[in-house]
Design a protein around this ligand. Structure first.
Ligand SMILES: Cc1cc2nc3c(=O)[nH]c(=O)nc-3n(C[C@H](O)[C@H](O)[C@H](O)COP(=O)(O)OP(=O)(O)OC[C@H]3O[C@@H](n4cnc5c(N)ncnc54)[C@H](O)[C@@H]3O)c2cc1C
Length: 399
């Protein structure tokens, strides 16, 4: 039995991931006391039976260029604050090596060019011949063209971005509790969040940002319309020479018509915590998971889908034909998708719980701005004036 309350705060943010840590920092900067609740990354994934995060990695693509102006604007706002966050936290997380979008779909490329022009992004269109001469290590099929984003594109280290947000939060003397929330109780005028170890947090408001595991803390009558999707990645280890030769390689999104799961993305050589340097390849579209309640933990404990992993390997070998990889491993991850393709930044009907959910597979790069939008919504009841509440409305599965 937990005590009445071990901690007190204005806002308890549940989920120490990319979105939760960003929202917590912005809430703190808006002058309220914040408690950020969430477990640390498990040391060994295969025997961990608790919750997981989608940020257990060293590389996430960051870019403004997008087919969707809304996504591009949110990314732009986030990226514009990276340098400040790095400076004040003392933690680096952004590698501005550039980003390359490549496709044989004219419509896809022209939409990207349109949003890039609209926002004045530092980017250049490249014909197939320019792609080949500028990035001679890549071998793209004929008929493609590209857009190269310069100073604002590249990759971020999601673990370090979270560390930077938490560092700022701690500097402002807020509380971080490394535990998993097991229940949110609503009382008269306040919430009580109970952790798995029986601690209790008394909060005036609660912001739920626990990623793909959020359903566990929401009353089943309020089933959120979130689809949990499986994601498999391949990490291909590079020898010293190839790592040196590919230095400066941009992050890449390659969209091809009529290809399995529609497209792939590539992260350039990144040094991982095991001291090795890997190129990462993953698929852009993810398959919905059947029965996530039963399968999500097992999925995170495993190594992804072997069929998709084989397809990713073949894509990698054909895109970088001159590179010899010294070892290849696969990993699993998961994303949550909303029917709108937008995030849910709203309050759950009837419960008063605020949510910041539905990363939709692209929210790492934009997490700082999404956190700011959510913090604004929690404090004032509305998203900042440059956005519209309707875009972030939570959707429910109605039976
Ligand atoms: C393979 C893969 C590649 C991706 N690539 C990109 C990319 O290149 N660029 C990009 O912008 N985005 C990318 N994304 C998407 C991005 O990683 C997600 O959008 C982002 O992680 C979502 O942030 P989040 O805070 O909602 O969830 P998470 O980052 O998963 O954080 C949720 C946190 O909540 C915690 N939690 C869960 N349950 C509880 C509980 N009961 N109590 C307390 N804490 C709890 C978890 O431990 C976790 O720390 C990728 C995702 C995947 C899976």
């Amino acid at each position: 039995m937990s005590s009445l309350s071990d901690f007190k705060c204005d806002v308890c943010v549940i989920g120490k991931g990319l979105l939760g840590s960003a929202a917590a920092r912005h809430l703190s900067e808006m002058g309220v006391s914040v408690l950020l609740l969430g477990p640390d990354e498990p040391k060994v994934r295969s025997d961990h039976s608790g919750v997981f995060g989608s940020h257990y990695d060293s590389g996430r693509i960051t870019r403004i260029i997008d087919t969707d102006l809304y996504c591009a604007q949110i990314a732009e706002a986030s990226i514009s604050r990276y340098a400040e966050l790095e400076k004040f936290s003392g933690i680096d997380f952004f590698e501005p090596v550039g980003h390359l979008a490549v496709s044989n779909l004219d419509n896809y490329i022209s939409k990207i060019v349109g949003t890039a022009r609209h926002l004045g992004v530092d980017a250049k269109s490249l014909a197939a011949s320019e792609l080949a001469s500028r990035f001679s290590y890549f071998s793209f099929p004929s008929g493609v063209s590209g857009v190269h984003e310069h100073s604002t594109g590249g990759h971020i280290n999601p673990r370090n971005l979270i560390k930077a947000q938490i560092e700022m939060l701690m500097k402002a003397e807020n509380e971080v509790v490394n535990e998993t929330g097991s229940a949110i109780e609503r009382h008269d005028g306040f919430f009580r969040v109970v952790t798995q170890n029986g601690k209790a947090i008394k909060a005036n408001k609660v912001l739920l940002a626990s990623g793909v595991f959020s359903e566990r803390l929401v009353d089943s009558r309020e089933k959120l319309d979130l689809e949990i999707c499986e994601s498999t990645v391949v990490l291909a280890e590079l020898g010293k020479e190839d790592a040196e030769r590919l230095r400066g390689m941009p992050s890449v999104i390659f969209r091809q018509e009529a290809e399995y799961e529609k497209g792939v993305y590539l992260l350039p050589p990144i040094r991982y915590p095991d001291g090795k340097t890997y190129i990462k390849i993953g698929h852009s579209e993810s398959r919905p998971m059947s029965d996530p309640d039963a399968n999500l933990v097992k999925w995170f404990q495993g190594k992804g889908d072997p069929v998709i992993a084989d397809w990713l390997k073949s894509q990698l070998f054909s895109l970088l034909p001159g590179v010899s990889f010294t070892d290849i491993k696969t990993e699993s991850c998961a994303v949550s998708r909303s029917p709108t393709g937008r995030q849910f930044i709203d309050t759950i009907e009837g419960s008063g719980i605020h949510v910041l959910l539905a990363g939709n597979g692209y929210s790492a790069k934009s997490s700082d701005e999404l956190g700011r939008i959510a913090a604004h919504k929690v404090i004032s009841g509305e998203v900042p004036e440059e956005y519209s509440d309707i875009d972030f409305k939570v959707k429910y599965k109605r039976t």
